[in-house]
Design a protein around this ligand. Structure first.
Ligand SMILES: Nc1ncnc2c1ncn2[C@@H]1O[C@H](COP(=O)(O)OP(=O)(O)OP(=O)(O)O)[C@@H](O)[C@H]1O
Ligand SMILES: [Mg+2]
Length: 457
């Protein structure tokens, strides 16, 4: 790694020279300038990692130079040096974005420590920015595959929600249907994207521990609480907290969560002070929360509060048309990851994937492709590379409904369909009620009841 470079902008020759000698010994690459203008010129020509800036320069003030560097090189930390300990200008400098200021005459050791710290923090900031950009690319909407109308609807919803003011969102969907993925996509598509995204799985911790993870605790609030600890709500201020498996949260904590959702305030465990933060809560569950409410395991008021903005992810078997694109997406991904060159999948194998019921949804599909690619090194994934349950799968139940029998976009009344089917069955059997009942898989009594209901008797 090349040495980091420091630019000294200072008009006093002796100060400049002695600092330069010292910093060279610390292995920095040192540039120096006598005036603000000369300093700015150097900044325009060389890569500078840190600026040491005198307050009083012959041609302009340090603050003027600072304003210019903050605009043109906002990432480069600036340390101001001042002989006049004027608190006002120091405060002003920090407000403008200076990293720190040091009073003259200063001790060189102290200066070296401050420079080291400033460079470290700017390295960390660069790293965070890099990681965030990577996350944004990885968790962007473009990485959620779905051409089916059901998924297109989900995308439209995500985009709308992400930029909205909504602070509570409920994600539902079977295991493996993409709830984690969607929660991250909402965060990274929102204006909260540069703030933290934090996840916690409610089923993973006992209730009291979960509470202190979420809300933090005061020092001494329980035996192990030797220090004050901030919880996720505080740490993620400005960002998003993803509460996975919300259905497993204990009832006492549910009450506290409800209060937080309604008032945006909470208390740390053992605390008396109300703390106010701005976080968006995305809660997820693969269970039927409505049923949990009926069973008394989930607070009804919390359920309704969470449900204001629901996003429900369709199971994979309800959107089989997405399977080819998902298969391609996973093959491409594993090709990169495993350095393989699988081109695709045989028609026969794909047919089986399209027919299978996918109880584990997209996660299961991903695992199937991963396994096939780890075990084999063929140009195409073939039927024999798939697990037995998929190879042997025979289409069941859902093929009973004849093809082309699709619910229109505008919806349809079940009653009307029933009435029409009863009529057709009687038509087909020339009014023979026993045979018509058999065609509809109902008893003759049921048929007669329905005939009466629809005025067909
Ligand atoms: N539409 C999709 N496009 C691409 N990958 C997907 C999609 N949906 C899910 N995946 C992938 O499938 C796997 C499971 O998804 P995810 O973890 O989001 O499911 P989940 O709904 O949170 O499941 P659980 O309820 O078990 O927590 C992940 O590897 C995810 O990247
Ligand atoms: Mg999940």
């Amino acid at each position: 790694m090349p040495n980091e470079s420091v630019l000294i902008i200072e008009d006093e020759k002796l100060v400049r020279w002695s600092l330069k000698e010292r910093l060279k010994k610390e292995n920095y690459e040192v540039h120096d300038a006598e005036t603000g203008a000369a300093g700015l010129e150097i900044l325009g020509q060389s890569l500078i990692d840190l600026i040491l800036l005198d307050f009083r320069l012959p041609d302009m003030t340090g603050l003027d130079v600072l304003k210019k560097t903050m605009t043109a090189w906002p990432e480069t930390p600036v340390i101001l040096m001042t002989a006049y300990s004027s608190v006002d200008s120091a405060v002003e400098a920090i407000k403008l974005g200076a990293y720190d200021y040091i009073n003259k005459p200063f001790n060189h050791d102290e200066m070296v420590v401050t420079i080291g710290r400033a460079l470290e923090s700017s390295r960390l900031r660069r790293e965070v920015r890099h990681l965030r950009a990577e996350q944004q690319a990885r968790y962007g909407l473009s990485n959620i595959i779905g051409r089916s109308p059901a998924m297109q609807e989900v995308f439209r919803l995500i985009e709308k929600i992400a930029m909205s003011q909504a602070t509570t969102i409920l994600l539902t969907g079977e295991s493996g249907s993409g709830k984690d993925l969607v929660a991250k996509a909402i965060h990274y598509a929102s204006n909260r994207m540069n703030q933290p995204f934090m996840t916690i799985t409610c089923s993973a911790l006992p209730e009291t521990l979960l509470e202190s993870e979420l809300m933090g605790h005061e020092k001494g609030s329980f035996t192990d609480a030797r220090f004050l600890k901030k919880g996720l709500f505080e740490l993620a201020d400005g960002g998003t907290v993803f509460l996975d498996e919300i259905g497993d949260m204990g009832v006492l904590l549910q009450a506290k969560l409800l209060r937080f959702l309604q008032e945006k305030t909470f208390k740390r465990v053992g605390g008396v002070k109300d703390i106010t933060v701005d976080v968006r809560i995305i809660a997820a569950t693969n269970r039927d929360l409505g049923k949990a409410v009926q069973d008394g395991r989930f607070r009804e008021d919390l359920f309704y509060r969470l449900k204001v903005i629901p996003v429900s992810l369709p199971a994979l078997r309800e959107r089989r048309e997405d399977i080819p694109a998902l298969v391609k997406f996973f093959i491409d991904g594993f090709n990169r990851e495993f350095k393989k060159s699988t081109r695709g999948i045989t028609g026969e194998a794909l047919e089986h994937l399209m027919a299978y019921a996918w109880p584990g949804n997209v996660r299961e599909l991903r695992n199937v492709i991963e396994r096939a690619m780890i075990l084999e090194n063929k140009p195409e994934i073939a039927l024999e590379d798939l697990p037995r349950e998929i190879r042997d799968w025979v289409q069941q139940e859902d093929s009973v409904v004849p093809d082309g029998f699709r619910l229109p976009e505008s919806g349809f009344s079940l009653k009307q369909i029933e009435q029409e089917m009863v009529r057709q069955a009687l038509d087909k059997t020339a009014g023979n009620q026993s045979r018509a009942a058999r065609l509809l898989s109902v008893s003759r009594d049921t048929l007669r009841y329905k005939m009466k209901k629809y005025g067909l008797l």
